[in-house]
Ligand binder design. Sequence first.
Ligand code: OSB
Ligand code: MG
Length: 390
Amino acid sequence: MTVTASARSLALPAPVTIDCIELRLLRLELVRPFETSFGRTESRLIPLVVLHADGLTGWGEIVALEEPLFNYETVRTACVVIEHHFAPALLGAAFRALDDVGVALRRFRGHPMARAGLELAWVDLMARANGQSVSQVLGGVRARVEVGVSLGIEATFDALIDLVAEHLAQGYRRIKVKIKPGWDVDVLRRIRARFPSILLSVDANAAYTLADADHLAALDAYALLMIEQPLAHDDLVDHSVLQGRVRTSLCLDESITSQRVARHALDLGSCRIINMKMSRVGGYGEALAIHDLCAARSVPLWCGGMLETGIGRAHNLALASLPGFTLPGDISASRRYYARDVLAQPIEVAPDGTVEVPAGLGIGVEIDTDYIESQMVDRLEVGRRRRVAR
Ligand code: OSB
Ligand code: MG
């Protein structure tokens, strides 16, 4: 399957002018704390992006954590860089093509999650204005995508085993467990004793060093689909050495920050699988470039997650409908993380472990603006919203 160039080069019939950029900051509690090697998250502070252009609206989400634990960004740095740098570069500009927002921000360095929040909102707006779904605009080829679930570090082995069983019963097609030194081999031994043949992977979030190579090679005994980001968040070279010493495929998450870095990682043999997070690479433009690179080289690709609300999740579903996504993504049901999502209809996982790609306009989901309003703790508006009668 190939993605047609016409889908990608799609542009609005006439340019629209971005007149206002809103950040609506929500505080949402997680249904249970999520612990990784870098820390424990109990609730999230989430800036939703609302882009306004000539009476049209688009929605995006910023997934930065409150502290710089995953990458260097935080909720606050994202808000500051948008308010003072990114928004002024977009307001008043006339845009029509898919990559116009990305191109307008190209001269700025870094801050991919802030950048992605804006780009996501723009692509939603553009698809809506064009009467299409984001999946259609991108050249998506699937109506449903296969999903797995990411399970955090728990207080006891039994608690984790129960969660694995619960999520398998819900249909999830792949289980990923978070690991760190002291919570790895024993966990896998117990999971494999109970579930010998499930699709299983681990994610270390950069908790090990090359000095742990022999220890990590012991994970080869558990028939893992992959070991995700075992070494430093910005490393490629040590991962390449490690890949030479373990049989299990390495997958990079934190380290893959652009198409160029992805190419370097593949050329160096630093990984055999790539985790795609649009927010980590700066949005749709860079994500599509990485998708095309992986597709051209037959490198397995899957869509990662950052505890998104339904808005970020809907964007991830649209992206994961592209042909190059060949492994189940970390795109779980709304209820995996939130008792109540920001959507009128929560995202659900079917018993066969798939999620429907929303087919409505834009990201294709109905946004519950009243609920968003009720959970809002702060709001930032740059530019002036024009009242357009339509
Ligand atoms: O490394 O994939 C990760 C969540 C927050 C930060 C980093 C990661 C994760 C997850 C959860 O693993 C993915 C999800 O279900 O959204
Ligand atoms: Mg990861």
